[in-house]
Write a protein that binds this ligand. Sequence first.
Ligand SMILES: Nc1nc2c(c(=O)[nH]1)N[C@H]1C(S)=C(S)[C@@H](COP(=O)(O)O)O[C@H]1N2
Ligand SMILES: [Mo]
Length: 310
Amino acid sequence: MLIRSASDIPSSEITPEALYLRRRQFMQAGAAVAAGALLPGVSEASARLAAAMNSRYSTTEPQTPYKDVTTYNNYYEFGTDKSDPAENAQGLKTRPWTVSIEGEIKHPKVWDIDALIKAFPLEERIYRLRCVEGWSMVIPWTGFPLASLIRQAEPTGNAKYVEFTTLLDPAQMPGQRRAVLDWPYVEGLRLDEAMHPLTLLAVGLYGQTLPNQNGAPIRLVVPWKYGFKSAKAIVRIRFTDRQPATAWGRAAPSEYGFYSNVNPAVDHPRWSQAKERRIGDFFKRDTLLFNGYGDQIAQLYRGMDLRKYY
Ligand SMILES: Nc1nc2c(c(=O)[nH]1)N[C@H]1C(S)=C(S)[C@@H](COP(=O)(O)O)O[C@H]1N2
Ligand SMILES: [Mo]
């Protein structure tokens, strides 16, 4: 495992950005609490965000600088270049916003996003993110386990999978005016993957509201899977008895399987997955099975052929 304790990290690896942001986050927490006394609602959400406790599921690896996390993005609704989302997503209207929880559950509900942020305790989770393209980052998310929401929704006996759908709005999402994918972006998990405590619904990063380019107001984070499983700007979570058809799976089924667990031994048809470049590093490093989260999640796939179920 590459996980080191905080004291093992040379101070040279702690970026000035990270330190600056921590300090600013701390001060903003104070300011937000003060403002929240006058203006309940939005500031209350940001105060809750800033106050989120670091989780035991966090890695202590050096965090990717805020600048890189928010300017090097994949979000095809806003263009296919890494710099496009930061430029083009700023106008996305993330309030009002609702998330519909529907399908094979006992308590379907259309949640207002601010009510959802208040409904479950928020945690900070510092996770590795490994993109299928061969780069990776370490990102401090703030959010709550998807399992909390699922428990409240109470899946029926027919619920076997969970489908996540991104907003469809070509007027706001210029990338949707081109047939790069069959919009809207759809992703899916098996119910036990969705219920796993590592699976997070993120509403913030670096202690602040999620930037639009990172999937505001709410996005999925599944750290042992390739980054594309982590759908952004979610408007619907639907429980089904059948495996959902995902946007990438429909576009290129031989390249993007439903499981898409990070696996250095199973290559993408067009490139090796054995190594990755951590953004900011010069040299590549070995990619770890299940992105290094195997101790926690390997039991989900016991007895499964990971080559067949790629
Ligand atoms: N709706 C939507 N979600 C998406 C994508 C996308 O194009 N559209 N790209 C995915 C990919 S390929 C990756 S690697 C991650 C990147 O998340 P980040 O930009 O917050 O690092 O978002 C994923 N979620
Ligand atoms: Mo990705």
